[in-house]
Design a binder for this molecule. Structure first.
Ligand code: ADP
Ligand code: MG
Length: 680
């Protein structure tokens, strides 16, 4: 029997070569082909100049009322012009670089021309002459995204063929009727036809609305199903000792903010349950995520388990091992650091102790996800700056030992919709408060010519006992240039600030022990100015530093700038960020202004999203944010939220998958879930 899961190869006219070309467009089955919607349409309906909108594409049909004249200019350029009278109005029609058309057009002829209308000039910039434009010509010509191997026309024909052959199957619904009624959605059949063969723009738009919802809804059904499957995987309760935990909290050098207390409770509640925890902890830079992670890890330890923390860079892993170690009595809690620069003999020892259960907390980089590493009893895995890791690495960490509870942390504030999209399978906790007494960082954007003046200001800060970071521009093309540049800035500033103040240098080409030594010395205030490439970007914590000077700041993205700025403003003193840049583009100017205007990472993330679009912000491949074909999760934020709520409600019904009304949906999901089971 013919089903939508038939291969496109079953269509007439599709041989192996064409099938390959279709596969390259991600079209494998009939269902894929029918979901390969046009990205735009040409409105073929004939209009008069009074109905046409300036700049839009239209078809005019009228009488040619002057002989066409071809003007040549340059060697290969030409323009063909003639007058055309439509109803009572007369307009000019011009075609560029198609001189041969002149021979086909004669005065007195009736003609239809498709093009874009320039209203002020009353000129139609012709794109093509439409051979037979009957008065009743209506409709929208679908335009499909194509590749070199396959023509627009071919796709159109194949879609037509599929629509005819599989007409029956299109009557099966994807969305339950109650939901369709609630949001006035079209039947699936009308969506498919409305997308591929709309009669007018309104119909195309209506079809797109439902098609977007269908896409979001199916996506959310999958996500929520995965979440259910994850939760059912028998996690084990982590029965921690509350008294011990309270005792540790009382020894902290500060009181937890109420936001920290709230998220700690959310995490502990998850851990105590027999279900598997998969939680994302979001908190702006400096909001104090590390201590939250430490408390969660300690909870696991009091329950007799081990904990692991994975960080994206060596420097950060080192810092975490120190900070976290400092919370505990080393006689009670053993914290070890494992990175790619750990010596082989030491590594061997760590691996042995880990397996024997003698190490309580293992902190490291992705050195933690090597296949030969095994825990005695891993209860909790924390991933810091999780957006820096690929999806794959994240899932590997949970597989290294006993399906531990997962706490992923990020300072990249993700706008709500994107969070739903990217992390829909996770529960989210948010630290929406900075520790008390923090003064917002004052941010100033200055031109290169104003730099000297600022250096004097920085010197005054140093005189008051503070420290400063100087970040040198990122030169993407070459790490060598990056380093050379940093060295040059370092020498310059050593002159400027010396001999009273010492200047240090940190860059990506240094060996790890060297980097560690430099960071430690800076933290100990052995030098006051740290010149660095973006190595300092994530997570580094030196509360005495109050100045962040970023050179050629327009070379950085908004979230990176915000991360860098987050390195200061960590102590009681007023901190400053100076963005030095002479941006050449409006985009650069926009980013500088956004940084000056707000310190709020969520606002900046939203801004970033507007400036760059969703894919970029999270890094498509990195984050696993799926691409949507029809729907736009940013523009249609509310629709995505509704799709999520509705999907969750469907799944809450017992036997929801027995409902014959949504058989097609269930089959579709079955196929997905079968795939998910074999996933990495
Ligand atoms: P992030 O969320 O960016 O990872 P950190 O965990 O590095 O932030 O914490 C930033 C700084 O704030 C650190 O110096 C830390 O000691 C300090 N800190 C964390 N929580 C508090 C608190 N409740 N009160 C005061 N300072 C805190
Ligand atoms: Mg951090």
């Amino acid at each position: 029997m013919a089903t939508l899961l038939d291969s496109v190869g079953t269509l007439t006219g599709v041989g192996p070569k064409r099938e390959k070309a279709l596969n390259d467009l991600d079209i494998f089955t009939i269902a894929d082909l029918l979901a390969y919607y046009p990205h735009r349409y040409q409105d073929l309906a004939v209009k008069g100049p009074s109905e046409a909108v300036n700049g839009e594409k239209v078809t005019f049909k009228g009488l040619v009322t002057s002989d066409p004249v071809v003007t040549h200019f340059g060697r290969k350029k030409s323009r063909l012009r003639f007058r055309m009278t439509i109803d009572q109005a007369t307009i000019m029609v011009s075609f560029f670089n198609q001189p041969w058309l002149g021979k086909q057009i004669t005065m007195g002829q009736e003609l239809a021309v498709y093009g874009s209308y320039d209203q002020p000039r009353q000129t139609l910039n012709g794109m093509k002459v439409i051979a037979k434009a009957a008065d009743d010509e209506t409709g929208m010509a679908a335009i499909y995204p194509t590749n070199k191997a396959i023509k627009q026309k071919t796709i159109k024909e194949l879609v037509d063929q599929a629509l005819q052959r599989y007409d029956q199957a299109l009557h099966q619904e994807v969305i339950p009727q109650a939901i369709r009624r609630r949001y006035r959605l079209l039947p699936h059949y009308e969506v498919v036809y409305g997308m591929h063969q709309p009669i007018n723009a309104e119909q195309a738009q209506a079809a797109r609305r439902t098609a977007s919802f269908e896409e979001f809804f199916i996506f959310q059904m999958r996500l929520q199903l995965i979440k259910q499957m994850d939760a059912r995987q028998q996690g084990r309760p982590v029965l921690f000792n509350n008294d011990q935990l309270k005792a540790l909290i009382s020894t902290l050098p500060y009181e937890l903010t109420s936001a920290q207390k709230r998220v700690v409770n959310e995490i502990l509640r998850d851990m105590r349950r027999p279900l598997h925890m998969n939680r994302l902890l979001q908190g702006d830079v400096g909001s104090g995520k590390t201590v939250v992670a430490a408390l969660a890890m300690y909870a696991a330890i009091t329950a007799g388990k081990q904990a692991a923390l994975m960080a994206p860079t060596e420097i950060l892993a080192q810092q975490h091992a120190k900070t976290i170690g400092s919370f505990f009595d080393p006689k009670q809690v053993r914290v070890e650091l494992l990175t790619s620069s750990t010596r082989a003999s030491e590594r061997r020892q760590i691996l042995a102790d880990l397996l024997a259960g003698e190490i309580d907390i293992l902190v490291g980089t992705h050195a933690l996800i090597q296949p030969d590493l095994a825990f005695h009893n891993l209860g909790l895995a924390v991933i810091d700056e999780q957006h820096r890791f690929g999806v794959k690495q994240r899932s590997t960490l949970r597989e290294i030992g006993m399906n531990p509870d997962i706490l992923a942390m990020t300072a990249t504030p993700i706008p709500r919709t994107l969070a739903i999209t990217a992390y829909g399978e996770m529960d989210v906790s948010v630290i929406d408060q900075l520790p008390a007494g923090r003064k917002p960082v004052q941010t100033k954007w200055l031109r290169k010519s104003e730099l000297d003046e600022q250096l004097t200001f920085i010197k005054d800060q140093l005189a008051a006992g503070a420290q400063a970071y100087v970040v040198t521009p990122l030169i993407e093309e070459s790490e060598t240039l990056d380093v050379q540049n940093a060295q040059a800035v370092y020498q310059d500033l050593a002159q400027t600030f010396g001999p009273e103040y010492k200047v240090g240098l940190l860059h990506g080409r240094m060996t790890n022990p060297d980097k560690e030594a430099v960071m430690a010395a800076f933290k100990a205030n052995q030098f006051q100015v740290l010149v660095a490439t973006t190595v300092v970007e994530v997570g580094v914590d030196v509360p005495n530093a109050t100045v962040m000077l970023i050179l050629d700041a327009d070379r950085f993205g908004l979230s990176q700038l915000h991360q860098l700025r987050g390195r200061v403003g960590r102590g009681q003193r007023q901190s400053y960020a100076f963005l030095v840049s002479n941006p050449k583009t409006q985009y650069g100017v926009d980013r500088m202004q956004a940084m000056v205007k707000t310190n709020d990472g969520f606002v900046l993330a939203q801004k970033d999203l507007e400036l760059r679009g969703a894919g970029d912000i999270l890094g498509k491949r990195q984050s696993g944010v799926p691409e949507f074909k029809v729907g736009d999760p940013v523009a249609d934020m509310q629709m995505m939220t509704i799709a999520q709520e509705e999907a969750m409600q469907v799944l809450d019904q017992p036997d929801w998958d027995q409902d014959p009304e949504i058989k097609a949906l269930v089959e579709l999901l079955d196929e997905t879930m079968a795939r998910y089971r074999h996933f990495d």
